[in-house]
Design a binder for this molecule. Structure first.
Ligand code: G3H
Ligand code: 13P
Ligand code: ZN
Length: 311
């Protein structure tokens, strides 16, 4: 069924596991994610960025949002696993309202680059509108700047736990993304991978709410190797190692945002297939291996985060 993201995350919070939130831009990634979810009997959160809405709608975000709702609902309504659709990093009012109008299960309002009081005010406005429509809300505190060489680039970029408590009380958001040292993309750490576990622990103790880890891709070595064997150059790429991810789940993370790992798996499969089948031009075939690799990464992640058999 198609569900509210809040229902998926409140159960995860009570039972100490995390659900991966996978970014999509098209049908093929959605199919691969759904296959992984069915195989693992896991709840799923599908998310799209504002860029994805614009891309799918050929410039019209409401049209893009409606397409995504239709695609996701078509699978969700006919399957036993709970599936939610979430707007990732909503920054523009127009996009956030389009997602709510189209029927998303939840939206993120990301005003984390604004001063605290402005972040609170903006978040509160969105919470009021979204909650009136039965849509849950994620917000972010701190910046995804990463920790370099084991030293937080600056105390001020990571979440302040006392501020987090104040923020959630003021805004009434449903889940919170605290910055603890991750960053988006395939190049997260220059030296050893390290996150601020103490900070995460304090935020959980003070808020007790479902927490979200952004920039959580692991940069799966197997996929990097396949892609590089077939011509890619991903030199210097590094993600959040599995054991560190597991520790964040133990300390209270319930939603694990994953985009980069799926993109890399897809391109590995695509490159492999095209190089091995120079005469092939049927998209259902050349995207076949790509989808198989995305599904594998999805299944492994659902198992790792503990959401397998929680549907
Ligand atoms: O948070 C970023 C996601 O990976 C989506 O990125 O804006 O390229 O769609 P995008
Ligand atoms: P990755 O780039 O680590 O996959 O992070 C995705 C993300 O945080 C989407 O919001
Ligand atoms: Zn993110």
């Amino acid at each position: 069924p198609y569900v509210n993201t809040k229902d998926i995350l409140e159960k995860a919070n009570k039972e100490y596991y995390a659900v991966a939130a996978f970014n999509i831009n098209n049908l093929e990634f959605l199919q691969a994610i759904v296959e992984g979810g069915i195989e693992k009997k896991s709840p799923l959160i599908i998310e799209t960025s504002e860029g994805a809405m614009k891309y799918a709608g050929m410039g019209d975000p409401l049209r893009g949002a409606s397409l995504f709702v239709k695609m996701v609902r078509e699978f969700a309504d006919s399957l036993d696993i709970p599936i939610a659709l979430h707007l990732d990093h909503g920054k523009n009012f127009k996009y956030i309202i389009s997602a709510i109008k189209a029927g998303y299960s939840s939206v993120m309002i990301d005003a984390s680059d604004k001063p605290l009081e402005e972040n609170i005010k903006t978040t509160k406005d969105i919470v009021r509108i979204a909650h009136a429509a039965g849509v849950s809300v994620e917000a972010e505190l701190g910046k995804l700047a990463g920790i370099e060489d084991n030293v937080a680039s600056s105390e001020s970029v990571l979440v302040n736990p006392d501020e987090a408590k104040y923020f959630v009380e003021e805004t009434q958001v449903d889940f919170l993304a605290p910055a603890i040292g991750t960053s988006h993309g395939a190049f997260k750490f220059k030296g050893e991978a390290k996150l601020d576990f103490d900070r995460l622990k304090k935020v959980k103790e003070l808020t007790k709410m479902p927490l979200v880890l952004h920039g959580a891709s692991s940069v799966v070595q197997e996929m990097v190797e396949i892609a590089e064997n077939y011509g890619a150059d991903f030199g210097g790429s590094k993600g959040v190692p599995s054991d560190i991810l597991k520790e964040t789940v133990r300390l209270g993370i319930n939603k694990v945002n994953t985009d980069t790992d799926l993109r890399m798996a897809f391109v590995a499969g695509l490159r492999e297939f095209l190089q091995n089948n120079p005469k092939e031009f049927d998209p259902r075939k050349y995207m076949g291996t790509a989808k198989t690799y995305v599904k594998k990464v999805v299944s492994d992640r659902l198992e790792l985060l503990g959401s397998a058999n929680k549907a």
